[in-house]
Design a protein around this ligand. Structure first.
Ligand code: ADP
Length: 563
């Protein structure tokens, strides 16, 4: 197994135990997860070997908490959680306690604060007034900062507020103040009624969740324009399309989706958790030169192993709360996804910004979801359906078996793609050379090897070109053939419409959500952001986040190499 220096640094800092090698780590994870097989009368040893092979081969990696915690006593292995926030002081602080416990175990939490009565509203017992959702979000943020998750992760949250909540304007503008809510991503919960009102330039009612009464009426467009302006300024809030998400709810009888997890890719019912895992597509290529193509057979085989792996995680996982254990076991949701997509395109000599690439994105997820569902149906037959199956859309659609209420999710793969040395999720390359600010602010630099090899194979690589790529992280301004520039175009050089096209293509064949940032160039105008929002909405995306180059002071990723 060869690891890049970046991967070694990340693993040493947070993932490896004392005296543990990366190889030991993969065996630790493989053995723990495979131990579930014995309760079904299967051989755990051969399963462990299969798991070890796909992980150490960097073909598939589970989400970070599985890599970090497997093998430990009371190991918590899932990355994503959603908790309910009730409109009572006891409820708010009970959920805060639960949040602290989940963060301590390495998970991220999402919440909707929409049930809380607005700021200034009546509080029954004391005759006082409520301080509103925003004030409680600040408390959650501070608690997250303090918990810091031991040695694992710092803690990450998602806050959703429905667009018809009376405090929506303060929510949309909350991050205008610097240095607040740093441990939160914010998304506005958008309804179809709202989008319709924006389109018709109509008025829109803000409703007090305590009594269902209209507390204020505003032009819908005013709210939308503010949202666009804030997102244009600093990338937040994102949008979370509530009606679209709930139309895809596999178990509507169990409740309604109010919020996704922190990076937005996983809508969950209150108290559900989900374990994610991602297949590295750069390892799914066969043939040489012009004959290079996606190895569909291999991809399908890896999906089979990965689904069993993730389903086993649900059995061996030690849940941080009894409510989470119960809700998770009822639906047994798993989220298998992909990473390395942008590099797959380069390997196949295909520009990210092309219809051919968009079609391939759809095709890959279609294959992954179909195969994953087939495995889940087999597992359902052998090991039992997820307990809520009879009330699910699968039963209504005539399926007899399904082990998992959802099978696919596309995660950001922020850390695991670094470990696997591939591009993250379905994102284009951010730069051909880049400096990443990782963990506690340290900088790590690297030049993309797939891009370098591409230039070499095209007979275009020399020292001068190499140095220029290293310095600028881009080939856009270099004297190279047009096709080469297109294949190696980076995130901000790719038209926003192509970003949305990939997001929508992936979403079409993904059960849960898709993590994707729509990058915009520095000189983009607010109308460009509005266009992205509308097209994501109309193409059936579950959510959307934009980021305009350099609009945030401290970007996580920057172009080129700096020392
Ligand atoms: P990784 O690559 O480390 O497995 P991802 O970047 O794919 O993680 O993120 C997947 C999910 O993991 C996120 O949506 C979130 O729920 C959770 N997560 C990510 N980073 C953190 C963090 N620092 N603290 C807690 N949870 C996190």
């Amino acid at each position: 197994m060869t690891l890049t220096p970046e991967a070694e640094t990340v693993l040493k800092a947070r993932y490896l135990r004392e005296n543990e090698t990366p190889d030991d780590m993969f065996w630790r994870v493989a053995n723990h997860v495979a131990s579930a097989e014995t309760s079904y009368g299967h051989d755990a040893v051969s399963a462990a070997r299969e798991y070890y092979e796909i992980m150490s081969g960097m073909i598939f990696l589970p989400n970070s908490p599985t890599l970090i915690n497997a093998g430990k006593l009371k190991a918590q292995l899932a990355a994503c959680f959603v908790l309910p926030v009730e409109d009572s002081l006891a409820g708010i602080f009970e959920t805060l306690k639960h949040t602290a416990l989940i963060h301590q175990s390495g998970g991220g939490t999402g919440f909707s604060f929409s049930r809380l009565r607005p700021q200034g509203d009546k509080v029954g017992i004391t005759g006082g007034v409520s301080s509103g959702p925003l004030s409680f979000m600040h408390i959650y943020d501070m608690a997250t900062q303090v918990v810091k998750q031991g040695a694992a992760r710092r803690g990450a949250n998602m806050a959703v507020l429905r667009v018809d909540h009376p405090d929506i304007v303060s929510f949309i503008t909350a991050k205008q103040r610097p240095d607040v809510l740093n441990n939160f991503n914010l998304s506005v919960g958008i309804s179809d009624v709202f989008m319709e009102a924006v389109k018709n330039q109509g008025d829109f009612d803000l409703i007090n969740p305590r009594n269902g009464k209209t507390s204020k009426t505003m032009p819908a467009k005013e709210i939308f324009d503010l949202l666009v302006k804030m997102a244009w300024e600093n990338g937040e809030p994102g949008l979370f399309f509530l009606d679209t998400v709930n139309k895809a709810n596999p178990t509507p009888g169990l409740g309604v989706f109010e919020s996704p997890n922190p990076c937005s890719e996983q809508p969950l019912l209150p108290y559900e958790s989900c374990v994610l895992g991602s297949i590295n597509l750069t390892k799914m290529v066969t043939g040489n030169g012009r004959d290079r193509r996606l190895d569909r057979g291999k991809l399908a085989r890896v999906v089979r192993t990965a689904v069993r792996f993730l389903d086993n995680v649900i059995d061996v996982n030690c849940y941080p709360l009894p409510e989470v254990a119960a809700a998770t076991r009822l639906t047994r949701k798993i989220g298998l996804g992909i990473m390395g997509l942008a590099e797959l395109f380069i390997l196949l000599d295909m520009p990210y910004a092309s219809q051919q690439a968009v079609d391939l994105t759809a095709d890959i997820m279609k294959l992954v979801t179909a195969e994953a569902r087939a495995v889940s149906a087999e597992l359902g037959c052998q090991r039992g359906n997820f307990p809520a199956f009879t009330d699910s859309i699968y039963a209504q659609q005539g399926y007899s078996h399904m082990r998992n209420a959802t099978v696919t999710t596309i995660a950001p793969t922020g850390t695991i793609s670094m470990i696997a040395n591939c591009s993250s999720g379905i994102e284009p390359l951010f730069g051909l050379a880049m400096t990443r600010r990782v963990l506690d602010g340290r900088l790590i630099t690297s030049i993309n090897q797939v891009a370098v090899d591409y230039l070499k194979n095209q007979g275009l690589l020399n020292q001068e070109i190499y140095d220029q790529v290293a310095a600028s992280g881009s080939v856009a301004n270099m004297a190279l053939p047009d096709k080469v520039k297109k294949v190696l175009a980076t995130a901000h050089e790719i038209e926003p419409a192509w970003h949305v096209a990939h997001l929508a293509a992936a979403q079409k064949y993904t059960d849960n959500g898709v993590s994707k940032t729509v990058n915009l160039p520095k000189d983009a105008v607010p109308q460009d952001v509005a266009d992205v929002f509308w097209s994501a909405y109309s193409k059936g995306c579950k959510g959307v986040t934009v980021y305009r180059d350099t609009s945030r002071d401290q970007q996580v990723l920057t172009h080129g190499i700096s020392s």
